[in-house]
Every structure is written in structure tokens, then in C-alpha cells.
Design a protein around this ligand. Structure first.
Ligand SMILES: Nc1ncnc2c1ncn2[C@@H]1O[C@H](COP(=O)(O)OP(=O)(O)OP(=O)(O)O)[C@@H](O)[C@H]1O
Ligand code: SF4
Ligand SMILES: [Mg+2]
Length: 336
């Protein structure tokens, strides 16, 4: 594992009237694979879009986003500079491959184009032959033939491989995947996941992997960040967070999932299939701890925003009554 590729500090995102993300801070090193989990509406995609400079009009980001090799704060860069960085030094794979592809252009030409735009290949011919190699490397059989196809002539799994090839074409230092396999059937999911991990590893890229699927995080990632209400509420090594969570939201997520750990042990699904209550809409989370209207352990102390209890190496949690081993370390844990 290497130096920090991505460093996000105090990231906030808001519309003119509604805060959507607050105080999001994390770093990802080269070669590191970090998962980002949380229920629908937690702010996972917004985090990714803010980093990529792809927030929609009317949504503003503040804080700092730094990418290795680029001076200063990416949030202050004009769009024409961000467009150059996207696709070369950082790239993103979205859930629905069709939206990322041009339906009227042969896929080989689309892969070649991203290398031509960023000047990675010297000529059209070189980019074209490199595109076929890339299609081969993402496991597409008969890549020369696939290169001549249009997106609609390919299956969902094939299309997501093309999108992966485009994202990886310029060997980005940072690869962000937002639910990249959710739209695919289970067997294809596993193949595409394996491909993404292998390709990221070969390039020693930093990987931010967004998913609802905790089992996928357990397979793909070394570290995981748990997001709720636009905040990171817990983070740490996957094995620790998934076996010994400190935050009550993390515990709820785990209880609601049917998770097998990489060592083959299986977490028993508890009686409650979901966390009590539902995710509030943007701007309707309680002040103080964002989870307190759904948390059984909430007290008066939870009306203040819990401070981040830093456990080092990107691990920590924000809860005043934490669960687990060191819960009596003077952070207001209750005896019951
Ligand atoms: N452009 C926007 N304007 C206003 N609110 C937005 C905008 N984009 C997202 N939101 C709101 O911000 C919250 C977080 O959205 P986000 O898409 O990041 O969630 P998510 O964690 O990715 O969820 P999912 O798992 O469903 O993809 C949601 O309540 C969403 O409605
Ligand atoms: S801070 Fe309070 S409300 Fe939030 S998770 Fe911890 S105990 Fe629950
Ligand atoms: Mg999302």
C-alpha cells in the first residue's frame, strides 16, 4: 500500500436550502480498496460525484478534495480542468452502463476516443489497437469483433466490461465504482467484480467502492466507511467493522444483512430484517446524531453532534454511546 491518492477533508454538499453532506473526511492510498456503504439516500453517490466534480447544477460542495499529482483543492478547479482530470487520473464506473455509453458509436471507437482525448495514445491507429487489447483484458471474447459492435448489440455484462475498459483506459490513480454490478445477474456480477479488483490491483489504483451489498464489501474491500444522513458515522478495517461495530447504525445495517465473512463464517440474520424506521428525506435528519430518531440507545447527549472518535489508520466512529470492547473508554457509554 502506498501514499494517499485521494484526500477528502470536511466535505460538505448542499443545495441553496438543504444540507446534503456534512463533514465527510477520508483518505484512500494507492492500492487500497475502500467500501462506502449505507442505506439508500445516505449520501454515497453525492460523495462520489463531489469528488469527481460531477454534482448537478444547484448543488454546491465545500471543503477540500485533493488528488495526488494535482496541486490544491479540486473543488476550486474550473470544469474544463476537471474534465481533463476525469478519465485520466480519476475515473468512475456507474450502476447503469447504458448511460455511460454513446448508443450511436461503436464501442471500440469509444474506448479509443478516451485515450485520444487524453493524449495517452499517439495516433488513431495506436488507440484503436490498444482499445482491442483493453477489451481483451476485461475478459471480452473475440475483442476485435466486440470493438465493432454498438452498445445495444451487447449484453448488460458485456456493456459494463466496456465501461470498465473506458474507465481503466488511461490507468487512473483513483477508480470510483458506484454500484457497478447491481444491474447485472449474479454470475456476471461476480465476474465483473473480479475484473474490477484485478485491474485496479494491476495499476495499484486507489479504489472507492460504493454498494448496498455488505457481502460484496467483505469480498472486495479492506476498509469500509459507513455513511448515514450525509455523514460518515463509522470507518475501519472490514473485518473489525463487520464483526465488532461501534456505531448503532452499523450494527443495524449488519443485523439487516445476511452477511458471510471472507473466512466463510456466516453472520446469523437477527430477527429484525431492517433497521426500525426509514431514512428521512434530505434535510429532515435530526440535529445532533443523525441516527438518533431511529436509535434505541439514544439519550439527551445525542442531541449534540457526536465527535469523531479516531482509532487511527482511517478508523473511527461518531457515537456517544458506542458498542463494543472499548465502549467504556470515557465516551459516555451506558452501563446497561
Ligand atoms: N441534486 C440534488 N438536489 C437535491 N437533493 C439531492 C440531489 N442529489 C441527491 N439529493 C438527495 O441527497 C440524498 C443523498 O443522495 P445520494 O444519491 O447520495 O444517496 P445514495 O446513498 O447514493 O443512495 P442510493 O443507495 O439510493 O444510491 C438523498 O436524499 C437525495 O434525494
Ligand atoms: S450517538 Fe446516540 S443516537 Fe447516535 S448512534 Fe450513538 S447512541 Fe445512537
Ligand atoms: Mg447512489
Amino acid at each position: 500500500m502506498g501514499a494517499a491518492v485521494l484526500s477528502v477533508q470536511g466535505l460538505g454538499v448542499a443545495t441553496t436550502r438543504t444540507p446534503l453532506l456534512a463533514d465527510v473526511s477520508f483518505t484512500i492510498d494507492s492500492g487500497e480498496r475502500v467500501g462506502l456503504i449505507g442505506e439508500s439516500g445516505s449520501g454515497k453517490s453525492l460523495t462520489a460525484l463531489a469528488v469527481m466534480g460531477l454534482l448537478s447544477d444547484g448543488v454546491r460542495a465545500n471543503g477540500t478534495v485533493e488528488l495526488a499529482g494535482h496541486e490544491g483543492n479540486l473543488l476550486e478547479r474550473p470544469e474544463r480542468e476537471m474534465a481533463k482530470i476525469r478519465g485520466s487520473d480519476m475515473a468512475m464506473i456507474f450502476q447503469e452502463p447504458m448511460t455511460a455509453l454513446n448508443p450511436t458509436m461503436r464501442v471500440g471507437a469509444q474506448v479509443a476516443e478516451v485515450m485520444r482525448i487524453h493524449g495517452t495514445e499517439p495516433s488513431k491507429a495506436a488507440a484503436k489497437s490498444r482499445a482491442v487489447e483493453l477489451l481483451d483484458s476485461v475478459g471480452l471474447p473475440d475483442p476485435a469483433n466486440v470493438a465493432r459492435s454498438y452498445p445495444h448489440q451487447l449484453s448488460g455484462g458485456q456493456r459494463q466490461r466496456i465501461v470498465a475498459a473506458i474507465a481503466l483506459a488511461n490507468s487512473p490513480d483513483l477508480l470510483i465504482c458506484d454500484e457497478p454490478t447491481t444491474a447485472l445477474d449474479v454470475t456476471v456480477q461476480a465476474l465483473v467484480l473480479d475484473l474490477i479488483v484485478r485491474q485496479a490491483q494491476e495499476r495499484d489504483a486507489a479504489l472507492l467502492f460504493i454498494t448496498h451489498d455488505l457481502a460484496v464489501v467483505a469480498t472486495v474491500c479492506e476498509r469500509v466507511m459507513v455513511m448515514y444522513g450525509g455523514r460518515i458515522v463509522e470507518a475501519g478495517p472490514v473485518t473489525e467493522v463487520f464483526t465488532d461495530p461501534r456505531h448503532h447504525y452499523t450494527q443495524g445495517l449488519l443485523a439487516a444483512s445476511d452477511l458471510s465473512m471472507p473466512d466463510g463464517s456466516r453472520r446469523e440474520r437477527r430477527s429484525l430484517p431492517t433497521i426500525a424506521g426509514s431514512v428521512p428525506g434530505a434535510g429532515h435528519f435530526p440535529d445532533g446524531c443523525v441516527f438518533r430518531n431511529r436509535c434505541e440507545a439514544a439519550t439527551e447527549a445525542c442531541t449534540e453532534v457526536p465527535t469523531w472518535h479516531d482509532r487511527g489508520d482511517g478508523a473511527g466512529y461518531a457515537c456517544v454511546h458506542p458498542l463494543g470492547a472499548d465502549s467504556s473508554s470515557g465516551h459516555g457509554a451506558r452501563d446497561d
